[in-house]
Structure formats: C-alpha cells, structure tokens
Ligand binder design. Sequence first.
Ligand SMILES: Nc1nc2c(c(=O)[nH]1)N[C@H]1C(S)=C(S)[C@@H](COP(=O)(O)OP(=O)(O)OC[C@H]3O[C@@H](n4cnc5c(=O)[nH]c(N)nc54)[C@H](O)[C@@H]3O)O[C@H]1N2
Ligand SMILES: Nc1nc2c(c(=O)[nH]1)N[C@H]1C(S)=C(S)[C@@H](COP(=O)(O)OP(=O)(O)OC[C@H]3O[C@@H](n4cnc5c(=O)[nH]c(N)nc54)[C@H](O)[C@@H]3O)O[C@H]1N2
Ligand SMILES: [Mo]
Length: 770
Amino acid sequence: MLITPDEPTVATHWGVYRARMKDGAAVALEPYEHDPDPSPLGLSMIGALDDGCRIRRPAVRASFLEKGAAAGGSGRGGEPFVEIDWPQALDLVAREIARVRESHGNGAIFGGSYGWSSAGRFHHAQSQVHRFLNAVGGYVRSISNYSFAAADAILPHVLGDKRGLDAGHTTWDQLAGHAELIVMFGGTPHKNAQVGSGGISRHLLREGMTACRDRGASFVCISPIRDDAMAELDARWIAPRPNTDVALMLALAHTLIEEGLHDREFLARCTTGFDRFAGYVTGAVDGVPKTPDWAQAISGVPAETIRTLAREMARRRTMIMMSWSLQRAEHGEQPYWMAIALAAMIGQIGLPGGGFGFGYASANGVGNPVYPFSWPTLPQGSNAISDSIPVARIADALLHPGAPYDFNGEKRRYPDIRLIYWAGGNPFHHHQDINRLIAAWRRPETVIVHESWWNATARHADIVLPASTAMERNDIASSSRDRMIAACHPISEPIGESRSDYEIFADLAGLLGARETFTEGRDEEGWIRHFYTVARQRVAEYGMELPDFESFWKTGIVTLPEPQEQTPLLAEFAADPQAHPLKTPSGRIELFSERIAGFGYDDCPGHPIWLVPREWLGAPLAERFPLHLISNQPASKLHSQYDNGALSRSTKIDGREPLRIHPEDARARGLGDGDIVRVFNERGACLAGIVVSDAVMPGVVQMATGAWYDPLEPGRVGSLDKHGNPNVLTQDRGSSRLGQATIAHSCLVEIVRHEGELPPITCYEPPPLI
Ligand SMILES: Nc1nc2c(c(=O)[nH]1)N[C@H]1C(S)=C(S)[C@@H](COP(=O)(O)OP(=O)(O)OC[C@H]3O[C@@H](n4cnc5c(=O)[nH]c(N)nc54)[C@H](O)[C@@H]3O)O[C@H]1N2
Ligand SMILES: Nc1nc2c(c(=O)[nH]1)N[C@H]1C(S)=C(S)[C@@H](COP(=O)(O)OP(=O)(O)OC[C@H]3O[C@@H](n4cnc5c(=O)[nH]c(N)nc54)[C@H](O)[C@@H]3O)O[C@H]1N2
Ligand SMILES: [Mo]
C-alpha cells in the first residue's frame, strides 16, 4: 500500500506544492520550498475540491437514458440529467461502444480527446483514453495541438525538424551575457510561464530574462499589449495591429537588403532560396517593394521605427523570440517562416545570444537545458485505425463526414464519427466558434465524457462519468523541460462516487473483454512503482541515481543535477552545414521550399509572404466590427481549469470575465471601469466586464480564455454567453491548407453596454439533476 506522508506533495502543471493537513483535511497548499518564483494558481484548488459543481455520481442525459442513441443529439446541453449507479453506467457505456463498433466499426469512434488534464503521468487522461480505445479495437485520433499546430506543419519543411519550437532552444545560459538585443514578438508574458506540462519544480522565466537584462541586453516588445513584457525589463514597446507582424518583418528585411546589412555569407552557406524570397521583398517579382512605408500602412508602426530597428538588429547580437500565439492566427505559418528568414538574414543563427526561438514564455522550462532522456509515460498500445483529423478541425469533421480537405500536402477525407469519447479536455472551452461546435456536437449518436466538474463539456454529453481529481489519487509527475520527478499524494478521499479514469477504463475494458490488455495486471500502485523503476533505469544510463521508491515517495520530489551547458540552437549546423545538414530536401534552411510550392496552396505558397487575413483591423469587416479581440491565456488559471476556484473568481467583474480596452475606445463608447458590456460579432455574443487600460493598443480588446461557457439558453445555438468565453466569438477555420491549425487570434468584434438586468451566472451550479 502507498502511504501518504504527513505533508503530502501535490504536483500540478503550475508547480509543486506541499499540503498542510489538519484533522485529515488539507487546509493550505504551500509552494515547493526551492521554487524561486512560485505561481499562485494553486490557491484555487482546495476550495474547488468538493464545491457545488463537482460531479458526484454518474449521470445520463434524460432522453438518452430513455431512448438511447435514438434520442438524437439536439437535446445536448439543454436537458436535465438522471443520476444512475456505477454498474448501470458502465454497462451503458460498454453497450454503446459495442453497438457502434458492430454497426460502423472502430473508425466511427473519435478518441482525439484533446486537453491538458492533470500533471500526473500515469493518470494522464488522454493517454488513458487512447490506451483504452486501442485495447478495444482502435479509434480516430487527432493530430498536433491547439498550441502550435501551424508551427508543427511549417517548421519541418523549413528546418527539417521542430527544434526551437517546444524543445532544443538556445538556453538561458547561452542568452545571458551574449544577447545584446532581444526582440520579442508577442512579448514574453510572465503569466504564461506559470505553467508547464507535467509539472514544475522551478519557475525560471523571470530569472532567465532578468539575467539577460543584468548582463547587458535591451528588449523590444512587439505586441498589441504592453504588459506582455515584464515591467522590470523596461522594454521598448512597438504595437503593430494584430496579425500584421509579417508585414513588419518584411519591411525589416527590406531595410536590411536596401542598406546591404544582410549577411550574404550566412545566406549562401546555410540557406536555399534567398534570391527568390528577396525578389518578393524588393518587389522585383510583384512590383510591390515591402518598404517600411508599405508596412506602416498595414501595421500602423511608423516607418522610421522599422528602419531604426532593422539597423539595430543587424548591428547587435540579436535574439528573435516569438511567442506561440502568433501562429494561432490565419496564415499562422507565415510569421514563423518569416522570423526564421529574418534571423537568417542577420546571420547569427547558431551563435550564443543570437538567432531565433519560439515560445520562451509560452510555457515554463523553454530555454532550460534538458536531459536527452524522457521520463516514463503510459504506453498507449497500437491503434488499429489509421484515420486522424487535425485537432482543430473537429467541428468540420462532425459537420461534414466524408468531405475532402487538404492537410500538409495530403488530400484527405473526414471520418464519419458516431461516438465521441472525451476525458481530460474541455472542447467547450478550447474550440473556436462554440455555436458552430454546438451544432456539430449534435451530429454523433453518442457522447461520453469523464469530468470532475459540471463544465460545458460535461453538460453537452449523453453519459457523464465522475472522475476523481489529481488531489484524490496517487501519481507521478515529471516534465521533460524540468529536471524533476515528483509524487502526487492524495489529500482527500474521492469526492462523491468519483473514480479515477484508470479504474473506470479497467472496468469498461473488462466488460468488453480486454481487461488484461488494458491493465497488464497492474493496479494504480503497480503502475506507479513501474514508472519509477523505468525512470530510475533511464536516469542511471546517464550516470545519475534516483533514491529507492520508498524514500522518493516520502520526500515527494527529487531533482537531478543541473544538466550540462548546451550549444545554441542549430550551432553545429551553422558551423558546418556540410557535415551537419538539416533534414530538409536541400539540407539547409529553406527560404524557398520547392516542396511547399509543389502543394499549390494559395494560402501557403513557396516562401514567407504577407497574406491579407479575413479578420484584422484593415479588413472591410472592421467597419462593422472595429475591435480586434485577443483571447490570450488567462493569468488566473490554466485554461478553464479552476475557473470555479477562488483565484479566478476574484478577477471577475460582477461575475463576468474582464475585458481590457484602450481609454480612447472606451470613451468613444461611453464606457468606464466596471461596466458590463455585450461583446459580439456575426458568430456570437457574450458578456464581459470593462477594464480601461492603456496597456492595450487602440483598436484592440483583450479577454483571456477560460471562463466557463454559460449560455442564457442552454443547448441553443446562438445563445448569449452570460459569462465571457471568447470562443463564442472566434473563427473556426484552418490557418491554411498546410497547417489546418486554430486561428483563435484572428477575430473582430464590437462591444456595447449591456442594457437591462444582469442574468445570474449559473455555470458553477450543476445542471438540473433527476
Ligand atoms: N480563443 C482561444 N482559444 C484557445 C486558445 C487561445 O489562445 N485562444 N488556446 C488554445 C490552447 S493553446 C489550448 S492548449 C487549449 C486548451 O484546452 P483544454 O486543454 O481542453 O483546457 P483545460 O481547461 O485545461 O481542460 C482540461 C479539462 O480536463 C479536466 N481534467 C483535469 N484532470 C483530469 C483527469 O485526470 N481526468 C479527467 N477525466 N478530466 C480531467 C479539467 O477539469 C478540464 O475540464 O485551448 C485552446 N483554446
Ligand atoms: N497562466 C497560464 N499560462 C499558460 C496557459 C494558461 O492557460 N494559463 N496556457 C498554456 C498553453 S496551453 C499555451 S499553448 C501557451 C500559449 O502561449 P502564447 O501563445 O505565448 O500565449 P498567449 O497568451 O495566447 O499570447 C501571448 C501574447 O501574444 C500577443 N499576441 C496575440 N496576437 C498577436 C499578434 O498577432 N502579434 C503580436 N505581435 N502579438 C500577438 C498577445 O498580446 C498575447 O498576450 O501558454 C501556456 N501558459
Ligand atoms: Mo496550448
């Protein structure tokens, strides 16, 4: 039996905490004693553990219980639920899976089940769903992520792999003391580095950036929002209109060429296609020189500012940082390709303090030196079904089974999904254009969800199984970007009748004749001990030692020595491209890609290019919807997790999600701090609370993601969201035929004062339960 120590360890995506216990109950979570910059996100957890919206028993949508799949999907999200007992619930789920398998095959089951779930690597819900569905014959999976799918698609064509995106970055040590100028597209928001998938022992962004400052770097924050750069960096702020960074970078490139500041030697030695790209920059190809004046008209950034910056970037050791957000936009592949082109022209790729890197603040640990081994994860088995969809094309797939689509050079067709199985993610938080999702979600015959709280995804299910949380289970957390492995000790008994995803799947696998395949004869403790044994072996291969399991379990966290200093991104390649070619067709950085050009996509041609988005401040649509909405990551939580918690709720205005607006835009609408507004466009509308701030540029409004969708009329397409989930407003289109990624950051809206009575927030209460 696993024994929980007196001071249990709670490992989360936002850090490791020590629980203070009193009379068997946790009263406080205190940050890990060696974390230099702990996150307050843990404050929300204990209060939410058994709050009013915990799911306590299995529940079934009323008409589904009565008629099964014949009920149809139109009542999803709007009907009461009937609570049932576990044997009945498991039997119902198993019968649904068996029915769909028999009548349509496993290719009709969607188990993409995207989401962050919790930090423990054994109870990682996505891995659990995948392993379970593989054990019972396979499922349609999802490809890539919401975070950086456009980058995932473009980078291998340009660089041969994805180094510099979520791993392989030039490390903090190779930045501080070397970088003289750090140009940060999308800033390096401290709020985002609060989290790191799999857990965090040390939050290092602040330390990393201030070390660069102290050792001589200056900073430029290129973002619609000033406080995307930490105040202590004293960054110069350049605020382009959102989604126009490519035009700005093209003008930087133009200045470099015009003034002969580009590094011809580096370009000749390490890249291919510069001449064709340069022909586009100078206008030789299309008659439009991409001058700073040209870019000023598009981006709003003064031409002189652009010229000065270009000269400075060429003169000084310059690091181009770009957040992941820039590619969650229409044509999101382009800013990434263009950033690489610009860095290549400056010629400092591979040097300490120079070159480029993506997402330094998009998660904690980017820029940490890392060990080359990976920590153990739950093996998922093999999938008998080969079909997949790009993760953000879920609504398209549900709405248009069999329809053709392009993806990264392939011609594909959408699968015919009849059953959705989701655990560990909240698509009614994360997906764009929620009204379209609601319509799409009505199409499948059956929707099964494991959740801990009655969020919108649970409410839009047919069968809801109550999952215990990370606070009620034993687990092991570990992160590839951190040198730590931590225990997750339970600080509570499972609330209500909730059970772990693993226990649920083990029983379901049993009913479907696959228990042994799924469990391999192990229980929770067996798997945890097994994980630790594997971790010890991997660590030992690198000449280090982890303590025995019992000591580890008692201490709660073990950190490995600091990994050795690592070379800057692409250093070997840049030093000798012949000896260390990239895995691109040319072996070099591709500034023109024959392969991409060969796909014939007008929305992603053969070199980086300025493509006019549908929704931006220069669009005709901006006459009706003149504000660009930035729905960025929330400072007060991880996505929608613990929106029901104290910290997130303390930030709301009259219960609504705050929306920041520039004083001029507020004045023009007669709005002031604390006013409640309706934010709307042709796709939907939500309420929000006004915060007037000159930290956002004119023409831009900012509302973080994560407020639980709370419709005035549950289940109805087009209902007002009373709470402030920006995804009722965002566009559900692919970034391009290459990446098919989310374009959440391309969104125009208008706002008006909310008139009349304020409808009560109801998302933190359960739906009607019979
Ligand atoms: N407009 C807009 N939308 C966006 C973005 C944006 O920038 N703008 N960003 C996108 C990005 S980058 C991402 S990654 C997505 C994130 O989207 P998600 O990952 O779907 O968001 P979370 O809120 O973390 O959802 C995790 C859910 O899992 C549940 N959960 C936690 N642990 C467990 C468990 O052990 N078992 C089970 N069964 N459930 C568990 C939680 O209660 C929660 O509901 O959002 C995307 N959406
Ligand atoms: N606290 C907290 N941290 C998180 C998360 C969370 O939910 N909460 N989510 C995590 C996840 S899953 C991910 S993927 C990462 C995402 O990390 P990012 O993608 O870096 O996060 P965002 O907050 O969406 O965007 C960062 C900033 O980019 C700016 N920006 C947006 N559009 C543009 C543009 O067109 N041009 C320029 N120049 N700037 C632009 C916005 O002002 C925004 O504040 O964050 C992670 N960190
Ligand atoms: Mo993400």
